[in-house]
Design a protein. Structure first.
Length: 265
């Protein structure tokens, strides 16, 4: 009977199952709890144990002094926590080593220079290992719940997609900034005619929002918010026209509404 051929996954395809990870962990309180176990056991050298924040050194001490714990329960609890903390360190190592590689490259280190410190034999191997390490620092463009596959192809794809998203975000922010140069004076003109436009209802509410954001409008998010508020104010002013009538407004107030309407339409 012919053997079924196992199809290899695309090197850029996300992992089918997301591996479990320790993720964020506040290690110092855990080390503190393990220190208390040794104090309760009257460990004769516990005063030599590194500080709670010195995770690596504290783990080495705890490993060397396992026998100081007098009960099986205490030894099991300490060993389980040590396993968790070593796994946490393993996860963090990828992230921090990737950052160190990026710093070295920014400082003009060549891949040939990095081969020995990455424990590989060739510049190309150093390059590929650096890409695999970078997988730990990149969001997955296809599925934020799954890690980027640890292959050079997947990392390069994730980097290209992240760069494309960043570029699109920059273009959107630049467009918002350009639009704001038109929106701000139009919004100011509406506020200058509040005495005529206020209706103690929806129009007033949206003019209040414009008045609150306009003096401090500096970020792309604020630019977008101002545009939303002006658009809403125009919408409510148009709704109010049949009740108020244009004749009740000064010519300059009518012009202010028309300018705002033209901008948001």
């Amino acid at each position: 009977m012919a053997r079924s051929v196992r199809r290899s996954l695309s090197p850029t395809k996300p992992l089918v199952k997301a591996p479990l990870r320790i993720g964020h962990l506040d290690a110092a309180p855990i080390i503190g709890a393990l220190r208390r176990l040794h104090e309760d056991a009257e460990d004769a050298t516990v005063d030599r144990m590194p500080a709670d924040e010195e995770l690596y050194g504290a783990l080495l001490y705890l490993e060397s002094r396992t026998a100081a714990l007098k009960t099986v329960e205490a030894r099991r609890k300490a060993a389980m926590e040590r396993i968790r903390l070593w796994e946490y360190l393993r996860e963090q190592a990828d992230v921090h080593q990737a950052k160190a590689i990026a710093d070295a490259r920014a400082a003009k280190a060549q891949w040939a220079d990095l081969a020995s410190v990455l424990a590989v034999n060739a510049p190309s191997a150093a390059y590929n290992k650096a890409l695999r390490l970078k997988a730990a620092t990149l969001p997955n463009p296809s599925d934020s719940e799954r890690p980027v596959r640890r292959t050079p192809e997947a990392v390069l794809l994730a980097e290209r997609q992240a760069a494309a998203r960043a570029s699109a975000q920059r273009r959107a922010e630049e467009a918002a900034a350009r639009r704001h140069t038109l929106m701000a004076p139009v919004a100011q003109r509406l506020l200058e005619h509040r005495g005529e436009l206020d209706d103690d209802d929806d129009v007033t509410f949206w003019l209040d929002q414009i008045e609150a954001v306009l003096p401090h409008c500096e970020t792309p998010t604020q630019f977008v918010s101002l545009g939303i508020y002006v658009e809403a104010a125009v919408r409510e002013l148009r709704k109010a026209e049949p009740r108020v009538g244009e004749d009740a407004l000064s010519v300059s107030a009518q012009h202010a509404i028309a300018a705002a309407s033209a901008l948001v339409t």
